[in-house]
Design a protein around this ligand. Structure first.
Ligand code: KG4
Ligand code: ZN
Length: 342
């Protein structure tokens, strides 16, 4: 088969990224993260769009250059259509459309979440990467979503569990914010938790039916714990940061893994893959690996650089759509909300 070159473009939140794939093999990957949001405790949509506008030309240019190709060698441009921040998605979508129009290159739209779920199929030029077999279960844990997805093929996916309120990453980021930690809080909680005692506190655990999740009760009980203690001792957070992080993270990981085990039993599926920003978390990775050993799973943990938002995952999802001949028209518009996608 001829080599197919896909240029992937991702701009759904606060990372501007471009990557080049030759079939499934990664030829280049560039990610420009936006530090501008750190001090606000969250992503400011207006600032994100502006930073994407500044970054997108050099990021795409560098990805092509690193891959040693020019745009006329690209067989299709895959871009994130949604879900995400509308203004951010708009920058990537408009840029992809402009590029496609100028060079008569086919355009492929990608669902950002499908990208996270399929990130395990990106092969490295210098080594074999193990791929899950279909059907597999993907635990997708990001800042915006927490889902268990049954993946039957690259284009057949069924959400079998989802959060009924906050996403796991969102809950971690919000708890970090009230502890005065900068955004995004997830990685900092990851680090601090290693030095803390996970038994120090007790936070609410959800009781949600079937394979669904809930994190807002945990978040509220965390906030109340802080409020009650801070009323007695103003330095409470500072003194107990590591213990708070260890207890919070352990609770989140327990909740995530508990339903994952249930899903594996329910569907009789033992190929288990993680994806999304929170899958960078060391405690979650260890727990899933450990449960996997115990239960005979084949576990697939993405490389750290493919856990958070990146264009390589958009390019691989685009590659499979390219093979199926699923192209986007030039009047395609971004979609912010997941529920409106599909
Ligand atoms: O997938 P992602 O980059 O963006 C979305 O699509 O939402 O995920 C971002 C989320 C944030 O909530 C961030 O705090 C979390 O991933 N995150 C982590 C870690 N690294 C990123 N959470 C826990 N531990 C980490 N090491
Ligand atoms: Zn993401």
């Amino acid at each position: 088969m001829d080599k197919i070159i896909i240029l992937g473009i991702e701009s759904s939140c606060d990372d501007t990224s471009a990557a080049v794939l030759e079939n499934t093999v990664l030829r280049s990957s560039v990610i420009a993260s936006q530090a501008v949001h750190e001090r606000y405790g969250g992503v400011i949509p207006e600032l994100a769009s502006r930073a994407h506008q500044q970054n997108i030309v050099p990021v795409v240019d560098t990805a092509l250059r690193d891959a040693g190709i020019t745009i006329d060698k690209v067989d299709a441009i895959a871009f994130t259509r949604g879900p995400g921040l509308l203004g951010s998605l708009m920058v990537g979508t408009s840029f992809a459309k402009g590029l496609a129009m100028a060079h008569s290159t086919p355009l492929v739209e990608v669902n950002h979440l499908h990208g996270h779920i399929l990130s395990h199929f990106v092969d490295m030029p210098d080594r074999e990467v193990p791929h899950p077999s279909f059907p597999y279960l993907a635990l997708l844990v990001s800042g915006g979503h927490t889902q268990i997805v049954k993946v039957d093929s690259p284009d057949e996916m069924e959400i079998v569990g989802t959060t009924i309120d906050d996403a796991a990453g969102e809950a971690l980021d919000k708890c970090a914010k009230v502890m005065g930690l900068p955004y995004p809080g997830g990685p900092i909680i990851d680090r601090l938790a290693k030095e803390g005692n996970a038994e120090a506190f007790r936070f609410a655990r959800p009781r949600v039916a079937e394979l669904d999740y809930s994190f807002s009760g945990l978040k509220t009980s965390f906030l109340y714990t802080l409020r009650d203690h801070v009323a007695e001792d103003a330095d409470f957070i500072e003194k107990n940061k590591a213990d708070l992080c260890a207890t919070l993270l352990t609770t989140v990981v327990d909740i995530l893994v508990d339903k994952l085990i249930r899903a594996s039993k329910q569907y009789g599926i033992k190929d288990i893959a993680l994806g999304g920003g929170v899958s960078a978390n060391s405690m979650l990775r260890e727990r899933v690996a450990m449960e996997g050993q115990k239960r005979g799973w084949r576990t697939f943990l993405p490389e750290l650089k493919f856990t958070t938002d990146n264009a390589a995952m958009i390019a691989i999802a685009g590659y499979y759509k390219y093979l199926r001949g699923e192209f986007a028209s030039l009047d395609v518009a971004p979609i912010a909300r997941y529920e409106e996608m599909v």
